[in-house]
Design a protein around this ligand. Structure first.
Ligand code: ADP
Ligand code: MG
Length: 242
């Protein structure tokens, strides 16, 4: 089989020390291959966002190892990590994280330009990504001139542009109505079908149903993995962890 796009091995993340110690993740193993979309579910505080930020190289593990396309993140210096993040990882934040001083198209083009793509090509890619999201009209608008749902879709377009192999999304459908939410899931699904690996945090069983597998976190531990083809047990388990 091919090298997994994402591999988490015995991953732990502890915040603070002594009585204030919080075990956000307690030894999580997870492998995601090209073509797979994995949904992460679990109650608030169970470690879902921690898992995603670690997998995206945005936070440092306390223990264990993260490999992206076979490359252990612990073997990279800051510059190498930043380059790998820009090139291989698309990240959709829970609160969008658009840069307020840049337009929608500029927000999408920026990581590409940082990676050496010529300005004009990066702009063309950005406009195409916006069109794919049904958002061509917001290309030259600033974040504060867009609705929450538009900002969220711009953030998703930014994560998907440039053929990144690993797409990580933290509740990407949070601010979206259900129709737009389905559009976003269809795009994530399509990107994975085209060879990316995706990990998405969601509270909604109807969105999780787009994934190939659902993993459930509780208190920093991965308690179960379910194939979404087994929908009945998925829904039963989702109800139990909400
Ligand atoms: P979820 O996304 O599932 O709601 P998180 O990954 O955000 O959960 O948080 C997991 C646990 O780690 C929670 O108990 C949270 O309070 C704690 N935590 C997260 N980030 C920090 C931090 N920077 N400092 C201290 N505790 C944190
Ligand atoms: Mg969270």
């Amino acid at each position: 089989m091919s090298t997994p796009v994402l591999e988490l091995r015995a991953l732990t993340r502890t915040h603070g020390s002594g009585v204030a110690e919080v075990h956000a993740l307690r030894g999580v193993d997870l492998t995601v291959r090209a073509g797979e979309l994995v949904a992460v579910m679990g109650p608030s505080g169970s470690g879902k966002s921690t898992l995603l930020t670690l997998a995206g190289g945005l936070d440092t593990a306390t223990g264990g190892e993260i490999l992206i396309e076979g490359q252990p993140l612990s073997g990279l210096d800051r510059k190498g990590l930043a380059a790998l993040r820009r090139r291989s990882v698309g990240y959709v934040f829970q609160d969008y994280n658009l840069i307020p001083a840049l337009t929608a198209a500029e927000n999408i083009a920026l990581p590409r330009e940082l990676d050496g793509v010529p300005v004009r090509k990066a702009r063309e890619e950005a406009v195409a990504a916006l069109e794919e999201m049904g958002l061509a009209e917001v290309a030259d608008r600033f974040p504060d001139e867009m609705s929450g749902g538009q900002q969220q879709r711009v953030a998703i377009a930014r994560a998907l542009v440039g053929d990144r192999r690993l797409v990580l999304a933290d509740e990407p459908t949070g601010a979206l109505d259900s129709e737009t939410g389905e559009t976003v899931l269809a795009m994530l699904r399509g990107r994975c079908d085209a060879g990316a690996a995706g990990v998405m945090v969601t509270h909604e069983p109807r969105y999780a149903a787009w994934a190939d597998r659902v993993v459930f976190l509780r208190d920093g531990t991965l308690i179960d993995q379910t194939l979404t083809s087994d929908a009945d047990s998925l829904l039963a388990t989702a109800e139990g962890t909400r």
